[in-house]
Design a protein. Structure first.
Length: 287
C-alpha cells in the first residue's frame, strides 16, 4: 500500500492521507509489537517521513516548511490560491517598502534644496533622471505583463517629479520673499538719505532708527546665500570686502553701477538681482 501512496492519493486531502497512514501504521505496529519493542516508534517516524514526502510532491509553489499537523479543511485544490495570495501580499509589502524609501529620499532632497541651496537644480536633475530612467522601464514591464512593477515605477517617478515641482515652487516663493525684503531695505535707505542728505555707507547705519534689523533674504540656512550685500566702490581702488569685489565685477561687465548697490544671492540660475540706488533701477547680474 505504501508503494502506491504517492500516486493513489494525488486527489486526497492532507487529513485523509494522514488518517490513512495512521490507521495502516497502527495495525502494523500492533502485529509487530511482540517481535520488536520499539516498532511503534519506528513506524511513527516512517509515517511522518512519508507524509512529508507526499506534502512536498503536492506543494504547488515549493516554498515553506510542510505542516506536520494538517488542517482538516486543507485541500490540494485550495492551496495554490492561498500561496498566490501570500505571493501577492509579499509583493505588496515590497512595493510599500520601495515607495517608503522613495518618499524618504525625495523628502531629503526637497529639504536640502529648499533650505540649503535654494537653486532648483538638485530636485530638477533628480526628477529628470527619474523620468528618463523610470518611464521606459515602466513601459517595458507593462509590455511583459508585469503590471504591478510598471505601476510601482510610475509611482516612484511621479513622486520625484512632484517633489521637483514643489522644490522649484519653493525657490520661486523665496525669490519673491527676498524681493519684498529688499524693498523694505530700499525704503529705509531712502529715508536715511532724506534725513542725512546721503545714502548710508553700510546697511548697519539703518539700524535701529530706520529699520529694526537687517532681514535675511529668505529661509535659506547657508550664509552668505541668505544675506543682502551692500555693494560700494573701493575707496583706494583696492577691494576690501565682498561688496567691493562685486561692485568691481559689475563695473567690468559694463553695468555702470552707482556708488551704492543692493544685491543678494550667489550663483543663482537666471542671475542675481540687484538694485542701483543712484540710477533708480533694478538689474540682474549674470555670474
Amino acid at each position: 500500500m505504501r508503494e502506491d501512496l504517492g500516486t493513489s492519493t494525488s486527489t486526497m486531502s492532507e487529513w485523509e492521507v494522514w488518517s490513512l497512514l495512521g490507521s495502516s501504521d497502527q495495525r502494523a505496529a500492533e502485529q509487530d509489537t511482540h517481535r520488536e519493542p520499539y516498532a511503534g516508534t519506528g513506524q511513527a517516524a516512517l509515517m511522518v517521513s512519508q507524509f512529508v514526502l507526499w506534502r512536498s510532491r503536492h506543494d504547488a509553489v515549493g516554498i515553506g516548511v510542510p505542516s506536520f499537523f494538517p488542517n482538516p479543511g486543507d485541500s490540494g485544490a485550495t492551496r495554490p490560491g492561498r500561496q498566490a495570495a501570500r505571493y501577492g501580499r509579499g509583493m505588496a509589502a515590497m512595493s510599500g517598502r520601495a515607495l517608503s524609501r522613495t518618499l524618504v529620499t525625495a523628502t531629503v532632497l526637497f529639504l536640502v534644496e529648499a533650505f540649503l541651496f535654494n537653486q532648483g537644480v538638485l530636485v530638477g536633475l533628480t526628477a529628470l533622471g527619474a523620468v528618463l530612467g523610470g518611464v521606459p522601464r515602466a513601459l517595458l514591464a507593462w509590455q511583459r505583463g508585469d503590471i504591478s512593477t510598471a505601476r510601482l515605477r510610475i509611482a516612484r517617478t511621479g513622486i520625484y517629479v512632484a517633489v521637483a515641482l514643489l522644490g522649484i515652487g519653493t525657490v520661486v516663493a523665496q525669490a519673491y520673499l527676498a524681493r519684498s525684503r529688499a524693498n523694505t531695505i530700499i525704503v529705509a535707505a531712502r529715508q536715511y538719505e532724506a534725513q542725512h542728505g546721503r545714502l548710508p555707507d553700510r546697511l548697519d547705519e539703518l539700524v535701529p532708527a530706520f529699520i529694526a534689523s537687517i532681514p535675511f533674504t529668505n529661509y535659506t540656512l547657508i550664509p552668505p546665500m541668505n544675506k543682502f550685500m551692500y555693494l560700494t566702490p573701493p575707496l583706494d581702488g583696492v577691494p576690501k570686502s565682498l561688496g567691493n569685489v562685486s561692485w568691481l565685477r559689475l563695473q567690468q561687465r559694463g553695468e555702470e553701477p552707482g556708488r551704492h548697490v543692493l544685491m543678494w544671492g550667489i550663483f543663482q540660475i537666471g542671475g542675481r538681482p540687484y538694485y542701483d540706488f543712484e540710477n533708480h533701477r533694478w538689474g540682474v547680474f549674470l555670474d
